[in-house]
Design a protein around this ligand. Structure first.
Ligand SMILES: Cc1cc2nc3c(=O)[nH]c(=O)nc-3n(C[C@H](O)[C@H](O)[C@H](O)COP(=O)(O)OP(=O)(O)OC[C@H]3O[C@@H](n4cnc5c(N)ncnc54)[C@H](O)[C@@H]3O)c2cc1C
Ligand SMILES: NC(=O)c1ccc[n+]([C@@H]2O[C@H](COP(=O)([O-])OP(=O)(O)OC[C@H]3O[C@@H](n4cnc5c(N)ncnc54)[C@H](O)[C@@H]3O)[C@@H](O)[C@H]2O)c1
Length: 443
């Protein structure tokens, strides 16, 4: 007998588990399908394991900045212990997530899901039917189609390395490339980061990216711009990375050149659902071309950045749609951060957007290196750019580069969302001297 569900969710990452749990809590009969690790990318091979590795690296870098400033320091990263610490965390994620879904009364199916018709899904030998379907299948690393591509490793491999190689080469210039470069360099590897043009992290302000590159270079990362890599060769010593005018030996090569959607193996062609490498094409209700099939999180070609908080937000929105809400999706400002050394974060109207409308927006650049928060930490690269809407006389966007950028951008996200004026900020008192109290002087 074919089991029938109110909703079937495909993919058990942050988006899929949020949608399934919420629909179940609202009384629906729900099934969720996962073909790999329960919990998906973020806790198994993304945000969380990365942040565990980053935590040790951040502690080391902060201590190193205070060497000869009153802290006796001879720190180094013990990669084997750090990896054991990471694995102790990640190993319980998949079984734990699976168990908690089952305990909540959600039917869990293990295997690859694909559509047989718009209401029928096959998982291995099992066939199930759904009134609504939520596609939440995420992204996978994009591989380069070059000679020797089989020698390329990915962020998933990096986050589970038994040993840190003596030298590594990272191809790419986005979030993943800059985060892995910082971790590897701090863990003692000789790191080369190769970008195919001269504008990595292009959604972030050029001034901040330049300072981040300067700091990584000072920490020993070699950043090579305008270099298209055409071939990877394996040799007796490791690998050779070859470009038009580039030829270098390295112990490991990682591709961090973007991610593509896991939607090409779902059988969407035969049910009339359009998609691309960016994900399932969706309307303002996150519906695909077939109205009862929704897509959320990384696998939706929606305007949201492909991040965990955005995935959860879209999942909760679609729960509302399935339960009868008909309002179009509206996104709040979504903060983004690169956990490199230092951190770089932004929220709201970006500096790049502001430069396109100079009548309306003013960009205020503040070098905070000599402020007590940063001076006491001996930080070398600290910069904040605020975007001010001149009509409203309010801060509507911010970008930060510093080791405090994660917390500072969260405060700024709140102030921007609620439209606080400089006067209102000055009437809110924060502990001094802290990252929060700096904001009063910024505004
Ligand atoms: C290295 C790295 C670091 C990151 N760091 C951060 C960070 O610091 N902060 C942040 O906000 N975001 C970060 N991200 C992004 C974040 O991980 C994603 O935005 C988030 O996981 C998206 O959730 P999702 O549920 O949409 O997709 P996913 O978490 O990718 O889950 C999709 C699930 O669907 C499953 N699946 C796919 N196809 C099928 C199928 N046909 N049948 C059954 N199951 C299927 C997959 O196995 C997977 O488990 C990072 C990503 C990476 C790669
Ligand atoms: N801290 C975070 O929130 C975080 C961390 C990691 C990943 N993520 C998510 O994962 C996504 C993917 O990250 P990513 O860094 O893989 O992709 P990305 O899209 O952010 O960056 C890819 C970079 O690779 C460059 N590139 C493309 N082809 C290249 C080539 N042949 N040689 C060299 N460089 C090339 C691109 O110009 C771009 O700069 C992010 O957009 C984000 O949504 C988020």
């Amino acid at each position: 007998m074919v089991e029938k569900y109110d909703t079937v969710v495909i993919g058990a990452g942050p988006a899929g588990t949020a949608a399934a749990s919420s629909l179940k809590a609202q009384g629906q009969k729900v099934a969720i399908v996962e073909e790999d690790l329960w919990g998906g990318t973020c806790p198994n091979r993304g945000c969380d394991p990365k942040k565990i590795l980053y935590t040790a690296v951040e502690a080391k870098e902060r201590a190193d900045l205070l060497a000869d400033q009153g802290l006796n320091t001879q720190n180094s990263i013990n990669w084997a212990d750090l990896m054991a610490n990471k694995r102790a965390y990640t190993q319980q994620i998949s079984p734990g997530t699976h168990k908690s879904l089952k305990n909540n009364g959600i039917e869990t199916l293990t295997g690859h899901a694909h559509f047989v018709d718009p209401h029928t899904i096959k998982v291995g030998q099992q066939t199930i039917e759904a009134q609504n379907v939520v596609i939440a299948t995420g992204l996978r690393p994009r591989m380069l189609d070059i000679k020797g591509k089989e020698f390329l490793q990915t962020s998933t491999d990096f986050l589970d390395l038994d040993e840190m190689p003596a030298s590594i080469t990272i191809l790419g210039g986005g979030y993943v490339a800059f985060e892995l470069a910082g971790i590897a360099a701090s863990a003692g590897a000789k790191v080369t980061l190769i970008h195919h043009n001269n504008r990595p992290l292009k959604a972030f302000p050029e001034k901040l990216v330049k300072k981040l590159c300067d700091q990584l270079s000072e920490n020993g990362v070699e950043i090579v711009f305008n270099q298209e890599i055409t071939e990877i060769q394996k040799d007796t010593e490791g690998y050779r990375v070859i470009g038009n005018d580039f030829n270098r030996q390295t112990d490991a090569v990682f591709a961090a050149v973007g991610r593509i959607a896991n939607v090409d193996q779902l059988g969407l062609d035969q049910i009339g659902v359009d998609y691309s490498t960016k994900g399932v094409k969706v309307n303002n209700h996150l519906q695909s071309d077939v109205s009862h099939i929704y897509a959320v999180g990384d696998s939706a070609a929606s305007p949201a950045p492909k991040l965990t908080p955005a995935a959860g937000y879209e999942a909760n929105y679609v729960v509302g749609q399935i339960l009868g809400d008909r309002t179009e999706i509206e996104y709040p400002y979504i903060p983004t951060i690169v956990f490199s050394l230092p951190k770089m974060a932004q929220v709201g109207i970006t500096v790049n957007q502001a430069r396109e409308d100079i009548e309306r927006y003013e960009v205020k650049t503040v070098d905070m290196k000599d402020w007590i928060t940063y001076k006491r930490q001996h930080e070398k690269q600290v910069l904040v750019q605020l975007v001010i809407d001149q009509k409203q006389d309010k801060v509507v966007g911010a970008s930060c580069l510093s080791m405090e950028a994660d917390e500072m951008i969260n405060y700024l996200a709140l102030l921007i969302k609620h439209g606080y004026s400089a006067k209102e900020v000055s009437q809110t008192l924060f502990n001094y001297p802290t990252t929060a109290s700096d904001i009063q002087y910024l505004y």
